[in-house]
Write a protein that binds this ligand. Structure first.
Ligand code: UD1
Length: 344
């Protein structure tokens, strides 16, 4: 009997890739998305890849009655909760919008889980909870101290982790795995799904691919005076397909195995690359020359962070093995497909 998984934010970047991996692992998937930052035709892309159309419900998670109707309609056993507003800068300008959307949506889902017998929830958190780790805490483990968030967006990740912990400690009959992602990048090898940011991209890779295809004139590398080997920032860039597979491992674990009620895992590669290495890697992998220049530091940026992912390797039996050049090529192929389709 197939288990049914609710994927909130399932038409988004990570949600769509995770839906594909869940289906390929034999799960039935129901997507909830309000399409505030994605498009319903992502469901077509998913179906083209897997041959299975996931159920899709256009519902805003803040509307608990509509969410409850979804729980009534499908036999949901597990939930992967991606749905959230995620623009760091916008969250500084509109904090209430971020707190309302990101906290209420999780609380609504948690409240309905026991009533409908849903047993496990995977929460999409972020390495942003660690702030800038000290040198001795790099690569950062799950035990590193949580630091005060630099934005309301980052704060919603921290508070949501605490909401889950508190709810489960209160005796709610559910379990959770919290995944703290590093920097997800790339696109499905089919180029049928990928990242589609609204307006000018804030994240590095969409800016790189949009520059390479001519939508943006020049990439700015923010800061060349950091205390790193080549003076640019360091991040742990994880392939979105590898990241999606970590969710399948986590889902299977939370539903089918005896585990602690709440577990936390870093999900990254364990390696740090500088911004300059990514730019050079992109040129090497694609053969495309990228116009770029150094620019002042971006406010709020962390100098260097990469993950210790031993716990996920050992306990989840998962690792991220896709080579960087393949990941960067997948992002480029996706950008070219958007151009072919007349989308960008
Ligand atoms: C950002 C968010 C983080 C969020 C993550 C989601 C901030 C401060 N942090 O992380 O909370 O979880 O996205 O993916 O916004 N860079 C350039 N030029 C660009 C764009 C980026 O040099 O045009 C550099 C940045 O300075 C950074 C690196 O590339 O060093 C990665 O940036 P980005 O993709 O925005 O991710 P983060 O800032 O790590």
């Amino acid at each position: 009997m197939k288990q049914t998984i609710l994927v909130t934010g399932g038409t988004g970047f990570i949600g769509s890739h995770t839906t594909v991996e869940l289906q390929q692992a034999g799960y039935d998937v129901v997507i909830i998305d309000n399409l505030s930052n994605s498009n319903a035709n992502v469901v077509d892309g998913i179906e083209k890849i897997t041959g299975i159309r996931p159920a899709f419900e256009q519902v805003d998670l803040n509307d608990i009655d509509k969410v409850e109707a979804v729980f009534k309609k499908y036999p949901i056993q597990g939930i992967i909760h991606f749905a959230a507003s995620k623009a760091v800068g916008e969250s500084v300008e509109k904090p209430l919008l971020y707190y309302r959307n990101n906290l209420n949506s999780l609380m609504n889902v948690l409240e309905l889980m026991p009533k409908y017998g849903a047993k496990g929830i995977i929460f999409s958190s972020s390495c942003t909870v660690y702030g800038q780790p000290t040198d001795e805490n790099l690569p950062v483990t799950e035990q590193a101290p949580i630091q005060k968030a630099l934005s309301p967006y980052g704060n919603t990740k921290q508070i949501n982790e605490e909401i889950i912990q508190d709810y489960i400690h209160s005796g709610a009959p559910i379990k959770s795995i919290i995944l703290r992602y590093f920097n997800p990048i790339g696109a499905h090898p089919s180029a049928l799904i990928g990242e589609l940011p609204n307006g000018v991209p804030m994240n590095l890779i969409p800016f790189v691919t949009q520059t390479a295809i001519g939508i943006r004139k020049q990439l700015k590398i923010f800061g060349n005076d950091y205390n790193t080997p080549d003076k640019t920032c360091i991040r742990d860039y994880i392939y979105v397909v590898d990241l999606a597979k970590a969710h399948v491992k986590a889902m299977t674990r939370v539903l089918d195995q005896e585990t602690d009620p709440v577990e936390v895992f870093n999900i990254g590669t364990g390696h740090g690359y500088s911004t300059l290495e990514i730019v050079e890697g992109f040129e090497r992998a694609t053969g495309v020359k990228l116009p770029w220049e150094y620019a002042p530091r971006r406010e709020g940026d962390i100098e260097a962070i990469w993950g210790n992912v031993d716990k996920a390797n050992k306990v989840l039996g998962w690792s991220a093995d896709t080579p960087l050049d393949d990941i960067l090529r997948s992002a480029w192929n996706w950008q070219k497909k958007l151009r072919e389709d007349g989308i960008q």
